[in-house]
Write a protein that binds this ligand. Structure first.
Ligand SMILES: [Zn+2]
Length: 543
């Protein structure tokens, strides 16, 4: 009897504890400057979290009073908290292990040759060697496979334009991915040849994308997992909790397996990237099953690239380049092909993201969207313009009418001298809009598409070196990186703001990005990153 009573009291105690557990928060973060990114209540001092969600937002005394005996209490010492950053457009290079050339930005051919000659003294024969170049090398006609072979005949040398839209490979690198003189070009790409029809080593657009895919598929799966793990560790230390991958080397099915295997505390969105070989069969065109192999991995969406960038003058322009009279760049696809993939998106639930840089490319995309169907249907599909640099004022109302959104990449604003040469003053005055988009009610997200450091991108967004009239406020920049990025992937009900009911994805920052001097912005880090209420990065600065 006594024993039975004791059991009852244990039961009652257990019920009481579980009742408390269901009301008291697991964690409270107090004494903070919280930017919620919720326009109705942008600032707070404290947050309470239960399970994976935010359950209260308010001042420190109110939130502290919610804590129970089992609640973890984190006093941030007045630090700034933001929603976890969501990089709406980035890439993770997948290559076999390689040596990397330490080249200056935009190197000359002599500089590349010098660094490469040094590198091959220590790299074993057959080793893959990677490097980046810019407009100087690209503009030099002697920058070919033969030139590279003469310097490094016994290594696989793979040099990529920093824009990602062109490359030069030597003979060994071409052979490693089965590129030979008989091969056909994939649709939307060029595999350049000399006047005798032999590959000259230069690849453009989908000619490069196919090469990267073959290289990615040759990469050992364990190495792929290692690359994802390394990326995610760096990202969490920068306060990133979501990464959207927009056009990757690995086919979606392979990437999905490797991301599941890597099992990382990070939310992933992977847009598959179809490559049409010979204009017919299409690699990666079908939506992947399952679309969400784990709750953190979402494989829905497809990405297409309509044109290049102005660095190589591959952006498709309505008016000629200022520094190449009569030349307007080009579109990668015919209007028929654009109609085809835009039509797929209209007829399915699969989100559409299209790289469109020049005004002719943006107009071709918008026109295909207009042809494909009704605005009210499109508005629910949120077709994405990736970059949208030359989104001219006359296109803004059309973009808005179709419910399209823009994912912009602020570190691309840091080449004002090149833009002035390519476009001239008049186009520079309206290019790379951000403020005008927000003023016109067009949703805006920020993705890095370059250095993953969000603080580097925020700095470029608030200064906008190419077109200061289009700079954002700091609050707008952080919101585009969080709320805007969540909207771009249909996740705005679950994340992107620190409000009651949303996922507790957040970063406690080392500096207050809303007031820190510009010169110190880039050095900001996350001292504590949480994903769904769990600590996934802790720099040890808070106790
Ligand atoms: Zn990109």
């Amino acid at each position: 009897m006594k024993k039975w009573a004791a059991n009852i009291s244990i039961l009652a105690w257990a019920l009481l504890v579980s009742a408390c557990a269901s009301t008291a928060p697991d964690t409270v973060l107090v004494n903070a400057k919280v930017f919620t990114s919720n326009p109705a209540q942008p600032w707070a001092q404290a947050l309470a979290i239960r399970g994976d969600r935010v359950v209260a937002v308010g001042d420190t005394s109110t939130i502290a009073a919610l804590a129970g005996s089992a609640t973890r209490r984190i006093d941030t010492g007045g630090r700034t908290i933001v929603p976890g950053f969501n990089d709406a457009h980035t890439h993770i290079a997948i290559t076999p292990s390689a040596d990397r050339l330490n080249l200056p930005f935009d190197p000359t051919l002599a500089q590349i040759a010098g660094v490469l000659r040094e590198q091959i003294k220590t790299s074993p024969k057959g080793r893959l060697i990677l490097g980046d170049f810019g407009q100087v090398a690209w503009g030099d006609a002697s920058f070919t496979r033969a030139w590279l072979d003469a310097i490094a005949p016994d290594h696989q040398v793979w040099l990529t334009a920093f824009t990602g839209h062109g490359a030069l490979l030597n003979s060994a690198a071409l052979a490693a991915i089965d590129y030979d003189d008989t091969m056909r070009e994939p649709e939307g790409g060029r595999i350049l040849r000399d006047d005798r029809g032999r590959l000259n080593g230069r690849l453009e657009e989908y000619g490069l994308a196919l090469a990267q895919r073959r290289m990615g598929m040759k990469t050992d799966p364990d190495e792929v997992v290692r690359i994802y793990r390394q990326y995610a560790a760096e990202a969490r230390a920068l306060g990133l909790t979501t990464t959207q991958l927009l056009g990757e080397a690995l086919p979606a099915a392979d990437a999905s397996k490797r991301l599941v295997e890597a099992d990382l505390p990070m939310r992933w969105r992977y847009f598959r990237y179809p490559i049409r070989l010979g204009g017919n069969d299409t690699m990666d065109s079908r939506p992947l099953l399952p679309p969400q192999p784990t709750p953190l991995i979402d494989m829905r969406g497809m990405k297409w690239i309509l044109d290049g960038t102005p660095i190589e003058r591959l952006g498709a322009m309505r008016e000629p380049y200022t520094d190449a009279p009569g030349y307007r760049g080009r579109l990668n696809f015919s209007p028929e092909t654009i109609d085809l993939f835009v039509g797929w998106a209209y007829g399915s639930e699969d989100p559409l993201a299209v790289h469109a840089f020049g005004d002719a490319a943006i107009e071709a995309y918008v026109a295909a969207v207009e042809r494909a169907g009704r605005p009210e249907v499109w508005r629910a599909k949120r077709p994405r313009i990736e970059h949208g640099d030359l989104l001219a004022p006359d296109l803004i109302p059309r973009v808005k009418a179709m419910g399209m959104l823009v994912v912009q990449n602020p570190t691309h604003f840091t080449f004002p001298e090149i833009f002035l040469e390519r476009y001239g003053k008049e186009r520079l005055a309206w290019m790379q809009p951000m403020k005008s988009l927000l003023d016109n009610g067009i949703p805006l997200a920020i993705g890095s598409d370059g250095p993953m450091n969000p603080f580097e991108n925020i700095l470029a967004a608030i200064t906008h070196p190419a077109n200061p009239n289009e700079a954002l406020t700091r609050e707008q920049a952080v919101s585009a990186y969080t709320t805007g990025a969540a909207f771009a992937e249909f996740q705005e009900k679950d994340k992107g703001q620190l409000v009651v009911g949303m996922l507790a994805d957040l970063a406690v920052l080392s500096a207050d990005v809303f007031t820190v001097p510009e010169a110190q912005m880039v050095a900001t880090r996350s001292v504590l990153t949480m994903l769904g209420g769990k600590i996934v990065h802790d720099a040890g600065a808070i106790h």
